[in-house]
Design a protein around this ligand. Structure first.
Ligand SMILES: Nc1nc2c(ncn2[C@@H]2O[C@H](COP(=O)(O)OP(=O)(O)OP(=O)(O)O)[C@@H](O)[C@H]2O)c(=O)[nH]1
Ligand SMILES: [Mg+2]
Ligand SMILES: [Zn+2]
Length: 408
C-alpha cells in the first residue's frame, strides 16, 4: 500500500495527472472487481492475523496464506450449508486430497473445495502436516477441509521452484529430529547446521541422530554438537541398536518431525523406535530398503501417549529463508556467544577486521565445519560475497556441505 501511495504522489509531482501510466493502472484496478477483491482480501488478512494471533506475521508467505485460505474458505462455503464441523489434524497428502485424522481417530481423505482450489491456483498449498483443521462431511464419503486453526509454530524451508516462497514442511511440533548417516550417504554437517537454523528460527527444539554407526565413527560429531548444547544420539537403526531406547524416552510425549537427507534411515529409525508402526510405515514406504526417496511425502503417525511423529521425505539440499547475516549469526550458538567481542557491533564475520569469530576459528574454539556452513549460508542463501573470509581462513567453496536450493 505504501508503494502505491508513493507511486501516486510521484505521478502528480511530475504533472502527469490522469494521463500518466499510473493513473490508467489505478483506474483499471478500480474498474476491475476481481483485482479490487484481491487487494481487499490481502489487507483483511493482516486484520485477521492480528485478531486471531495477537502476533506479527512470522513469515511473508506461510501464515498469510493460511489466513487467505480461511478467508477464501469462508467465501466459498455454501451459505445454506449448516453441516457440523469436526476438528482434526492433517496427517498426510494423497494426490490432490488431504488426509485428516479426526478427533475420534478416523482418517478421511478430504477435498479442498473446488472453488477454493481455483482461487488458490498458482500458490503454494497453505496446508502442512500437523495443521489442525475443521472438516465437514458434505455427503457419504465426501469430506472437505473448511478452515485451518492458528499454528503454534511452523518449520519452513525455501521452496525449490520459487525461491521467494517458503514451504512449510511441518506445523505444531515440539521437536525436530535431524537424522544424519555417517556414511552412505556421507554426512554433511552443512545440512545439519541448516536444519538447526530452521529449528532456531521457528523456536522448535532440535536433536541430532547420527545413524549407520556401523559404517563409521559417530563420536567426533556427537562431541561437536553436544558441546553446542544439542542432544545427540548414535544409532544403527536397521538393527535397532545403539541409543534407540534413549531416543524413544527423550521423544516421549513430544510431537516430533524426522528430517534429513534421503537414505539416512529416517523411516528405519521410526520403525526401530516404534516397532508397532512398522506395518503402517511399510505401507507408506512400500519399497523401504530399496534405494532413494523411499518416503515420497510427509506423513504423521499418532502415538499411544497422545503425541505424534512425522516422517518426511529425504532432501538433498536445503534452502533457508532468513533476513540477514546477523540473523544467521545469532542463531549459531557458538558464533552468537562471541559476537559481542567483535570490533564492529554489526560484524558479519566475513571481511571485517578484529573479528572474534574468525579468531576463534583460527584457534580451533569454533569448528571449521561450523564456520564453513555459516559462510555457505551467507553466500548461497543471501548472495553475499564471502571470498575474502574464505581466502583468509583457507576455507574452500565446497566446505560447509550443502548449497542453496532443495531438490526433493
Ligand atoms: N548400514 C546401515 N544401514 C541402514 C541403517 N539404518 C538404515 N539403513 C539402510 O538405509 C537405507 C535407507 O533407509 P530408510 O529408512 O528408507 O531411509 P530414509 O531416510 O527414510 O530415506 P527416504 O525415505 O528416501 O528419505 C535402507 O536400505 C536401510 O536398510 C544403519 O544403521 N546401518
Ligand atoms: Mg523414509
Ligand atoms: Zn566478527
Amino acid at each position: 500500500m505504501a508503494n502505491n501511495r508513493g507511486g501516486k504522489d510521484k505521478g502528480q509531482r511530475q504533472g502527469m495527472g490522469d494521463r500518466s501510466g499510473l493513473g490508467r493502472l489505478r483506474r483499471a484496478n478500480i474498474k476491475n472487481p476481481t483485482r479490487l477483491g484481491n487487494l481487499t482480501r490481502l489487507s483483511e488478512d493482516e486484520d485477521y492475523l492480528a485478531l486471531q494471533e495477537g502476533t506479527q506475521r512470522s513469515s511473508h508467505t506461510g501464515v498469510s496464506l493460511l489466513a487467505k485460505f480461511n478467508r477464501l474458505s469462508a467465501l466459498s462455503k455454501d451459505r445454506d450449508n449448516d453441516l457440523p464441523t469436526i476438528r482434526g489434524e492433517v496427517c498426510g497428502f494423497e494426490g490432490t486430497q488431504v488426509t485428516v485424522r479426526c478427533e475420534n481417530g478416523e482418517e478421511h481423505a478430504c477435498q479442498v473445495r473446488r472453488r477454493l482450489k481455483k482461487m488458490l491456483r498458482g500458490e503454494k498449498s497453505p496446508l502442512a502436516v500437523g495443521d489442525r483443521v475443521e472438516v465437514t462431511q458434505v455427503s457419504e464419503g465426501d469430506w472437505v477441509v473448511e478452515c485451518v486453526l492458528p499454528r503454534s509454530n511452523q518449520l519452513e524451508r525455501r521452496d525449490s521452484h520459487n525461491s521467494s516462497l517458503s514451504h512449510v514442511f511441518a506445523a505444531n511440533v515440539d521437536c525436530l529430529v535431524i537424522v544424519a548417516a555417517i556414511e552412505d550417504p556421507c554426512i554433511k554437517t552443512g545440512l545439519i547446521d541448516r536444519y538447526l537454523l530452521i529449528a532456531h528460527l521457528a523456536e522448535v527444539a532440535a536433536v541430532i541422530v547420527f545413524n549407520k554407526s556401523d559404517l563409521g565413527d559417530t563420536q567426533p560429531y556427537d562431541q561437536l554438537y553436544r558441546q553446542l548444547g544439542y542432544p545427540t544420539f548414535s544409532t544403527q537403526a536397521d538393527r535397532a541398536q545403539g541409543d534407540i531406547a534413549a531416543l524413544r524416552d527423550f521423544l516421549k510425549g513430544k510431537a516430533c518431525v524426522f528430517a534429513g537427507m534421503s537414505g539416512v534411515g529416517k523411516s528405519s529409525l521410526i520403525n526401530a523406535c516404534y516397532p508397532h508402526f512398522a506395518a503402517r510405515i511399510g505401507v507408506v514406504s512400500s519399497s523401504l530398503h530399496k534405494g532413494r526417496h523411499t518416503t515420497t511425502s510427509s506423513r504423521s503417525y499418532p502415538l499411544a501417549d497422545g503425541s505424534r511423529l512425522i516422517d518426511t521425505p529425504g532432501i538433498r539440499e536445503l534452502g533457508v529463508t532468513f533476513p540477514s547475516a546477523l540473523d544467521a549469526a545469532l542463531h549459531y550458538p557458538d558464533i552468537a556467544v562471541l559476537h559481542q567481542h567483535c570490533h564492529f557491533p554489526n560484524c558479519s564475520h566475513t571481511h571485517e577486521p578484529d573479528c572474534a569469530i574468525k579468531q576463534a576459528v583460527r584457534q580451533g574454539s569454533i569448528a571449521r565445519s561450523r564456520y564453513a556452513s555459516y559462510l555457505a549460508l551467507l553466500e548461497n542463501d543471501l548472495g553475499l560475497d564471502v571470498s575474502s573470509a574464505r581466502q583468509e581462513l583457507d576455507i574452500a567453496g565446497d566446505e560447509g556441505g550443502i548449497a542453496g536450493i532443495e531438490t526433493d
